[in-house]
Design a protein around this ligand. Structure first.
Ligand code: UT7
Length: 309
């Protein structure tokens, strides 16, 4: 969907969307394509790249706020569709930080020796959860999936440090009020759009900049490095102005910040693995490089990971 498509359905303009967010297009999945379908496609590509067979996967973690069903988890649907006979599978609900939350859990499982091969997926079909009458939010979101295979290794490369933090006092800045146990879904669509994503964008913006900068600084410090040692920063693609403010706080230039928000918009939990994959395929990450991924989302929750490639 282009910005011109949105000009036809809400009171907005290509110029406003580009200057305020950096977004030009987003990908919207067909009605027939589900979150689990997108997850399977991403998992297959990650497993092909890693040369990994289905029976080797011992754990599948999905970060998503848009599973196919309320019950069971997206991960269990993906397990069945892919055929992962030796895996445990579960979802985590950490919104846009879902992939980094999953990475942090996977790192801990691998470090304790419990599992050797883990699939982590960040996936969203946000188009199913977006209020296309609300110009404050609808122009921002897109659908996507990204996945990685993590494995135990004696090498010095890999995940060096991760960090996750949340603050539930901010929970109504980015939320969906209707559809949980407090206000169960009634038949039909809520006229106020409270069953879809609702956001106080400018307040989220401020916390996002502050806490993404803190989270990135934290993993860099924990690894005994400084921001000048980081070859590439891969932030959650929520807004180009958030990424610019983050770069300023970290005293780095924008050429070390990976951006693809112009083509995908904000894809929540899929945003970081999607950007990681594009950065890798474009040759932006070389063996031995240190990279920092950092994300932020509804909860509010934020997380980061420092990886030696
Ligand atoms: O992914 C999870 C985390 N999410 C985020 O990090 C999102 C963080 N927030 C943002 O990216 C930005 O706050 C937004 C892009 C959502 C909004 O940008 P902003 O510069 O903070 O704008 P605003 O919300 O302060 O709104 C400014 C004006 C308002 O008009 P008035 O009240 O000044 O007359 C809005 O009604 O812009 C208006 N506006 C729009 N105008 C045209 C809001 N959305 C639109 C729109 N088109 N789509």
């Amino acid at each position: 969907m282009t910005n011109a498509d949105f000009e036809k359905i809400v009171d907005t303009s290509d110029e406003w969307i580009i200057t305020r967010t950096g977004i030009k297009e987003r990908r919207i999945a067909d009605n027939s394509i589900t979150t689990s379908d997108m997850s399977v496609a991403a998992c297959r590509q990650a497993m092909d790249m890693a040369g990994c067979s289905n029976d080797e996967i011992e754990l599948l973690i999905t970060g998503t706020v848009t599973p196919d069903y309320r019950l069971p988890s997206n991960a269990c649907v993906v397990q069945e569709k892919m055929g992962l006979p030796n895996a445990a599978a579960f979802d985590i609900l950490a919104a846009c930080a879902g992939f980094l939350g999953g990475l942090s859990i996977a790192q801990s499982y691998i470090e304790t020796g419990k599992y050797k091969k883990i699939l982590v997926v960040g996936v969203e079909k946000l188009s199913s959860f977006t209020n296309y009458k609300d110009r404050n939010t609808c122009v921002l979101f897109g659908d996507a999936a990204g996945a990685v295979v993590l494995e135990a290794s004696e090498e010095s490369s890999g995940i060096i440090s991760t960090f996750v933090k949340s603050d539930g006092r901010y929970r109504t800045l980015l939320w969906s009020e209707i559809g949980g146990s407090l206000h169960p879904h009634q038949q039909g669509v809520d006229p106020l759009g409270r069953d879809k994503i609702m956001m106080n964008g400018s307040d989220v913006f401020k916390v996002a900049v502050r806490e993404m900068a803190n989270a990135a600084a934290r993993v860099i410090k924990d690894a005994g490095l400084t921001s000048s040692d980081i070859a590439l920063f891969i932030p959650h693609q929520a807004n180009i102005r958030i990424m610019e403010a983050l770069a300023k706080r970290l005293h780095i230039s924008m050429d070390r910040v990976f951006k693809n928000i112009d083509r995908y918009g904000n894809t929540s939990a899929a945003s970081v693995p999607l950007a990681l994959d594009e950065a890798n395929r474009q040759g932006r990450i070389k063996p031995g490089d240190h990279i920092v991924m950092v994300a932020f989302g509804g909860g509010l929750i934020w997380g980061s990971a420092l990886v030696k490639w």
